[in-house]
Design a protein around this ligand. Structure first.
Ligand code: SME
Length: 161
């Protein structure tokens, strides 16, 4: 698949539905893991104008390491329990941050970032990493984003090797 269909006029729910319907052909069983993560970060960035940064941190040697992403350069590694990413990984729980200034310990990788959502990635009952999505506007993410991003992440974990 080389062309993703997107439409900024759709509602958030419709945008996710459109994206999900195309993931079947974007991420194939047997594809290289890094290629799949790279294309999924691009697909999310392309689908939503509210996203300023989106990418993966991958769990290795007790830390989260920067993986494929779209946006400005970011921190190379994050300790478990630190920042929104480390907290989501520690708690194995999606975290929505409506205002990053109000999240104790938030790691400022990008000074433009105002709100954020982080979804933990679990593969075969083990922590694989997290998906981090940032916006340069406050209150960009809600329960609809949580619902669909978790769905997208579950799909991804089932597809990759
Ligand atoms: N803000 C994140 C760090 C990663 S960057 O935003 C890309 C955090 O607090 O974990």
């Amino acid at each position: 698949m080389e062309n993703l269909i997107t439409d900024y006029r759709l509602s958030t729910k419709e945008k996710y539905e459109l994206l999900l319907s195309q993931l079947e052909s974007l991420i194939l069983k047997g594809d290289n893991k890094i290629s799949s993560l790279a294309n999924l970060s691009a697909a999310l960035k392309q689908s939503f104008d509210k996203i300023s940064w989106v990418g993966f941190y991958i769990y290795e040697n007790q830390k989260l390491w920067l993986g494929p992403f779209q946006g400005k350069v970011a921190c190379t590694s994050i300790d478990i329990g630190k920042g929104v990413c480390g907290k989501a990984a520690e708690l194995i729980q999606t975290i929505i941050v409506p205002d990053v200034n109000k999240f104790p310990g938030h790691i400022f990788c990008d000074s433009d970032s105002k709100s954020e959502i982080v979804v933990p990635l679990i593969k075969e009952k083990k922590l694989f990493g997290v998906l981090d999505v940032d916006s340069n506007q406050y209150n960009s993410f809600d329960e609809v984003d949580k619902h669909y991003l978790e769905k997208v992440c579950t799909f991804l974990m089932n597809r990759i090797n």
